[in-house]
Every structure is written in C-alpha cells, then in structure tokens.
Design a protein around this ligand. Structure first.
Ligand code: PHE
Length: 340
C-alpha cells in the first residue's frame, strides 16, 4: 500500500512540473505506457495476499483514474496556453482583405470561334468535327489534287512515319468525310479545327493554325447562295455597313473559285497598312464544289451542287483586335491573353 501512495505522490509531483505538451506526453508514456508504472501497479494486484488484495485493488484503480483525469486536464491546459501564446506572438488581423480569386477566361481564339459558330448556327449550319491526322488521299487526291498536281506546293506539310499519313493542311478533307457520311442528304455544316503546314514562322504564318470550313450541298445550290451566305456572315462579324467583294481565284476543289474581301473602315488608322493601300482585305477562299469532289463524296454532280469556303479565324481575330503577330496565339503570354 505504501508503494501505491509513493507512486501517486511522485507521479502527481512530476505531472505538476510538466509544463508543455511534449513533457506531458512523456509523462503519460512513463506511467501509462505498455511498461508504465501505473500499469505495473495494476498488474501487481494478482500477487497481493488475499486479505489485502481488495483494498489494494481499489486503491490502485482510484489512483489510476485520478492520475489519468489530472493528465487530461493538464494536457488541455497546455494546449490552450500554447494557442494563446501563438495568437499573441503572431497576432491575426482578421480585417485584412482576402486573397482575390483569379478568374479564368476563354482564349481569344476560342471566343472568336464561338462567335463564328453562333453566326452560322443562326443560318442553320451544324458544327462537324473531323480528324487532324489525315491521309494523303483525303487531304489531296479526293479533293482533285493528284500526286503530280502543282497546287500541292501551296500545302506542304508534316509527314508521319506511316507512308501517306500526314497532318492535314486545311479543313477541306473534312468535306469528303461529311459527304460520305451524309450522302444523299443535303448538307449544311461548318468544319472548324486545327491545320498544319510546313512554313517559315513569321508574324503572319505559323506551322499550326485554325480554319473554319463551310460546306453546303443540295439540289439547286447556286453561287448566289454562296455570295449571300458569306455576305451575311461578314456583316454579322465585321459590321452591317461592310462592303463585300468577290474576286475570281483558283482552288483545285472548287469551280469556279473565288476569294472574298471586305472593305476596311477608312477611319481606322491602320487601314492603309492592313489593306496595303487598296481599302480591301481578304477574309477567305471559296467556290462551288468541284464535280469531281462531289462525286468523290458520293453525290451525283448532275443532280447536286454545292458551295464551300475556308477561312482562318485567327486572321479574322487579328483584324478585329488589331493584333499584329500571329505567334501571340499559341505563345502563352498572359500579358497578351489577359487583354481579351
Ligand atoms: N482549303 C482552302 C485553303 O486552305 C480554302 C478553301 C476552302 C477554298 C474551301 C475554297 C473552298 O486555302
């Protein structure tokens, strides 16, 4: 019994001397750990002579309870003291403004693409996506450009290690995919997406750029439809007062082929530089779908006609926002991107 009184005395004294959490925990291990003194005292109950055992056991348990209560209280005290100390040592200023939440935004190229989709959606066009990795057959041959065709020089590109598999040079091969999938239904789609060309990178050309292709196929589709559609589009995007000019041109997959210009506002200080003094600015290539291409898509050119156009939305964005370097688009410079 005197052992127990001794244990209680020195354990209590040591607990009182433990001022912080670390020493308290060490105390706890010393008395209540697997080899702790309190546990040893409890284990000793079995070896006490019978007549003393009950009293000893009760006393041992009382001490165990009392010590563990004191320990919990001391631990809570120590934690509270530590918290108060840290609060006074490093005071919190709860009136400081919070950190601003940075807001993301759509890339300017995406914003303009969506404007273009909206304009065409209003005219009943659907968005149709096709692959960026193409074969030579679809990118060139089925578009009326056999292997020897000189027009291929305009569209030099990247070749994969698989013969005949290339990165598409324009969105026009999508025309073949959509025709083969839709034939003999009429078609009214735009085909947006990334294109690739083997180019020297300059302020005006990149090896990677976006295009938006348009394709309409049906019975009695005429050049007038082409001109009306493109004029409506150009005015929605650049302003209702825009004049639209059609020049004859050449593409192997359209016949006749045209290039489309808009007049540029004369009061824009950049007008002369942009239009090289002509007042006109090219925005796209277009034309009536070549009968060979219609046939390659599965349509009978005696019954069906169609028109197609292709534009570079980044170029259009550059015009709209007076951006003078196409490399800004994929340059990831936040100073550029955050302006839009
Ligand atoms: N594919 C042509 C180009 O990349 C553009 C175009 C598309 C022209 C459709 C006519 C018809 O330059």
């Amino acid at each position: 019994m005197s052992d127990l009184a001794d244990l209680e005395k020195h354990a209590t004294a040591e607990l009182a001397a433990s001022v912080d959490e670390a020493t308290l925990r060490a105390w706890n291990t010393k008395y209540f750990g697997t080899n702790g003194e309190v546990l040893a005292a409890l284990k000793a109950i079995g070896g006490i002579p019978k007549d003393e055992r009950k009293a000893y056991g009760q006393e041992a348990n009382r001490i165990k309870e009392a010590l563990s209560r004191s320990y919990e209280a001391a631990l809570a005290d120590a934690k509270e003291r530590a918290l108060n100390e840290s609060l006074t040592a490093n005071p919190l200023d709860v009136t400081l403004p919070g950190r601003p939440v940075t807001r993301g935004r759509l890339h300017i190229a995406t914003q303009v693409m969506r404007q273009i989709y909206a304009v065409f959606a209003d005219m009943g066009f659907q968005v149709y996506r096709t692959r960026e990795v193409e074969d030579d057959l679809t990118n060139f041959e089925l578009l009326n450009m056999p292997p020897h065709h000189p027009a291929r020089d305009m569209w030099d590109t990247f070749h994969t290690t698989v013969p005949g598999v290339i990165l598409r040079t324009h969105t026009s091969p999508g025309q073949i995919h959509v025709m083969r999938e839709s034939c003999p239904q009429p078609i009214r789609v735009i085909l947006p997406g990334m294109c690739y060309r083997y180019e020297a990178i300059t302020t005006r050309s990149e090896i990677q750029f976006q295009q938006v292709e348009g394709l309409v196929v049906g019975e009695h589709v005429t050049m007038t439809d082409l001109k009306g559609t493109i004029t409506a589009f150009a005015r929605r995007l650049f302003g209702q007062e825009r004049q639209v000019r059609f020049r004859s041109s050449y593409f192997p997959f359209t016949e006749p082929s045209i290039e489309v210009d808009i007049d540029w506002p004369k009061d824009d200080p950049n007008a002369d530089r942009l239009t090289k003094g002509t007042g006109w600015l090219e925005i796209m290539g277009a034309g009536m779908v070549h009968p060979v291409v219609l046939r390659n898509g599965g349509y009978d050119p005696a019954k069906f006609t169609g028109f197609a156009f292709g534009m570079g939305p980044q170029r259009i964005t550059m015009l709209k926002h007076a951006i003078d370097d196409i490399r800004q688009f994929w340059g990831n410079d936040l100073r550029f991107l955050q302006q839009f």
